[in-house]
Design a protein around this ligand. Structure first.
Ligand code: PLP
Length: 383
């Protein structure tokens, strides 16, 4: 993959590695295009993908709100964006977190169980909630099916209403059912969610219902230039689906990865190159304790070499061996510390600079930073 020129030149001039470089200019353009495609469909950003404060501020003009999944995220988002609309979801919310949500004026709580509903009603008589539905829809091709403990099946949804929650409190339903779906698959899933939700909500007299279709829009790490087809998705939602919606109904989505993945770069330098039992390795400063994404997703993190002597493949590996491929590893003492396995590389020598792309979501913030006590990367925001 290629880094945009402003990212590449900034990264080459860094005097310390590793570093995270966030391309806020690119992020704003990307978010603006998504916002424009979506029209009246509300867009919330799922902060757990990357809660970096500058990223939140960059996205703020283009999103209708932020979805948070813990009291920590909630406090951070409220501090960073005092006026943002916030939706608070996630299983296992504590009483303290629910109280914080009420204190900080969260607009919607996504209720995950009848017991949580009852606990919320002990704190306030009139919460503003969406009930999180766990629907038995197959999402073929999903990277992750969000079934299991998330949300409620129909009997549990009705048990929430039996807790005495006032009719005006239930504003609609929330369904985040899968992640990693492309636009046609996402649309098919949306059709099924809406097809279930509209009559279910009407039968329970929920007026002007909100239907939150969740996030999970695909990001293809094998093809960084293939973006989720937002215009097609939006056309499907607005054309095909909205006809079946009752008066005043509102659709909302809450993607994380597909918003921020593309505009983060993990930049580091080569410490060593060697060939062991015929396999070529490039040993980089840092590793998967800074960018766990390739391990959790089981992929090769896409990268570009920003320096290097150009021509030929693998001649930097010494011992007369010429190989076009190498495995890019970090400094950790574990064979799992692999950023990209057996991938084509140009000639690399110690000191060369490598930039891993698609590191703007589920990268730094999901990594085990303290393992081996290496220095943490510096963080830079390009505007
Ligand atoms: C994680 C999560 C999201 C965002 O998912 P992405 O795959 O990053 O788009 C949205 N909603 C809920 C409830 C989530 O748990």
């Amino acid at each position: 993959m290629q880094a945009p020129p402003h990212v590449a030149s900034f990264a080459r001039a860094l005097d310390r590695f590793p570093a995270y470089v966030y391309d806020l200019r690119g992020l704003a353009d990307h978010a603006a295009r998504i916002r424009a495609a979506l029209g009246p469909v509300e867009l919330f950003y799922a902060a757990k993908a990357n809660p970096d404060a500058e990223i939140l501020r960059t996205l703020a003009p283009f999103v209708d709100g932020v979805e948070v999944s813990s009291g920590g995220e909630l406090a951070h988002v409220r501090r960073t964006l005092p006026d943002a609309r916030i939706a608070f979801g996630g299983p296992g919310k504590t009483d303290e977190e629910l109280a914080l949500a009420l204190d900080l004026g969260v607009e919607r709580v996504h209720v995950e169980s009848p017991r949580e509903m009852a606990r919320l009603l002990r704190l306030t008589a009139a919460p503003r909630i969406l009930l999180r539905a766990n629907l038995a829809f197959e999402a073929a091709g999903a990277a992750l099916a969000m079934n299991g403990p998330f949300g409620m099946d129909e009997p549990a949804l009705d048990a929430c209403l039996d807790t005495g929650v006032g009719g005006a409190s239930v504003r609609g339903v929330h369904a985040h059912l899968a992640s990693g779906l492309d636009a046609p698959a996402m649309l098919r899933l949306a059709e099924r969610i809406v097809g279930w939700a509209v009559p279910w909500l009407a039968a329970r007299s929920v007026e002007a219902p909100e239907i939150n279709l969740g996030g999970g829009m695909a990001v293809d790490y094998t093809s960084p230039e293939t973006l989720f087809d937002w215009p097609a998705y939006a056309r499907g939602l607005l054309g095909g689906l909205s006809g079946g919606l009752p008066d005043g109904a509102r659709l909302r989505i809450e993607p994380g990865r597909a918003l921020t993945a593309y505009h983060g770069w993990y930049v580091t330098d080569v410490l060593d190159v060697k060939t062991t039992r015929g396999d070529a390795y490039v040993i980089l400063r840092g590793g998967t304790h800074h960018i766990r994404t390739p391990v959790t997703k089981g992929h090769d993190q896409p990268f570009t070499v920003l320096t290097g002597s150009g021509s030929g493949f693998g001649s930097g590996f010494g011992s007369g061996e010429r190989t076009g491929k190498a495995t890019l590893v970090g400094q950790l003492c574990t064979p799992k510390d692999v950023l990209a396995r057996d991938v084509p590389v140009p000639t690399l020598r110690p000191g060369d600079i490598v930039a891993f792309g698609m590191a703007g979501a589920y990268a730094w913030n999901i990594s085990h930073h303290d393992f081996l006590m290496h220095p943490k990367p510096s963080v830079h925001h390009l505007t």
